[in-house]
Design a binder for this molecule. Structure first.
Ligand SMILES: [Fe+2]
Ligand SMILES: [Fe+2]
Length: 270
């Protein structure tokens, strides 16, 4: 029996309150989150394609069921983030990550399946680490409207839930340590670069790029005590352990509590 649930939250992303600086007026943090959202649909498509191609190699019935539910969760994330990204397009933002990622995907089309799974597992480590952070510390989403916060928290929760699926498929497909680490280093560079370029572009288009306050927010968000570096470096280093397993990470109790307290977002309205 798989422990994963494919949910469809009743968040009206197309109509929810979402000003230009929707994270409480913090332009920098808003554009970083926007950059993540703009990168999700093409990334999630890539992960789905990689695990779907690996399905015939999976002997374990439970893992195969996990993969099917993983696909359901990621497809729902993509769907809602596309609506979110359409709101960003209405605000004048351009998606720069997607065409760049599409070019990279085309260039690596002929690569081995284990390499594609290693790339996907690396991204999934980052999304799960992000999920852990927002579940433990609510401050990164401070200032978001209730539905916007729910959208990001729901995605974060499911990234934590399915954190080990691609990793397990990678192992089942015969993937080893050095391939995993090589592609992790590649993904670290590409992901950081994509988010940086998209963030700066978003700041430029939102009219915030040339304000000193924006860059003060940026320094605090990236390098402050509760910032990106301080909160992600431990998870980043952990991936290098030969015995690393995504299952050892995360706070299952915080995850359960969030779902319990936010049941209303998942109750279907007729
Ligand atoms: Fe996702
Ligand atoms: Fe995921």
């Amino acid at each position: 029996m798989s422990n994963l649930t494919v949910r469809s939250p009743n968040i009206d992303v197309a109509a929810m309150d979402m000003p230009l600086r929707w994270l409480g007026g913090d332009a920098f943090r808003t554009q970083v989150f926007n950059a993540l959202s703009l990168s999700f649909p093409i990334g999630e498509r890539y992960f789905i394609d990689a695990v779907r191609a690996a399905l015939p190699l999976i002997g374990d019935a439970e893992l195969a069921e996990d993969v099917r539910r993983f696909i359901g969760q990621e497809a729902t994330h993509s769907h809602l983030h596309r609506v979110f990204n359409a709101r960003l397009a209405d605000q004048g933002l351009r998606n720069r990550v997607e065409p760049a990622a599409a070019r990279r995907i085309r260039a690596t089309e002929g690569f081995r399946l284990t390499s594609k799974l290693a790339v996907s597992a690396a991204y999934e480590h980052f999304t799960a680490a992000f999920g852990d952070i927002v579940l433990r510390h609510s401050d990164w989403l401070d200032g978001a409207s209730a539905p916007t916060r729910a959208l990001w928290m729901w995605h974060a929760v499911e990234e934590c839930e399915h954190r080990s699926v691609i990793f397990d498929v990678y192992r089942a497909a015969g993937g080893g340590y050095w391939r995993r680490i090589g592609w992790f280093l590649y993904v670290t560079l590409v992901f950081a670069l994509d988010v940086a370029v998209q963030t700066v572009d978003g700041l430029y288009r939102s009219g915030d790029a040339f304000k000193a306050a924006t860059w003060r927010q940026g320094l605090r968000f990236l390098f402050g005590r509760s910032g990106v570096a301080a909160r992600t470096i431990p998870a980043w280093l952990d991936y290098f352990r030969p015995g690393f397993s995504p299952r050892d990470r995360g706070d299952k109790e915080a995850l359960r509590r969030w779902l319990e307290e936010n049941r209303a977002w998942f109750e279907r309205t007729a």
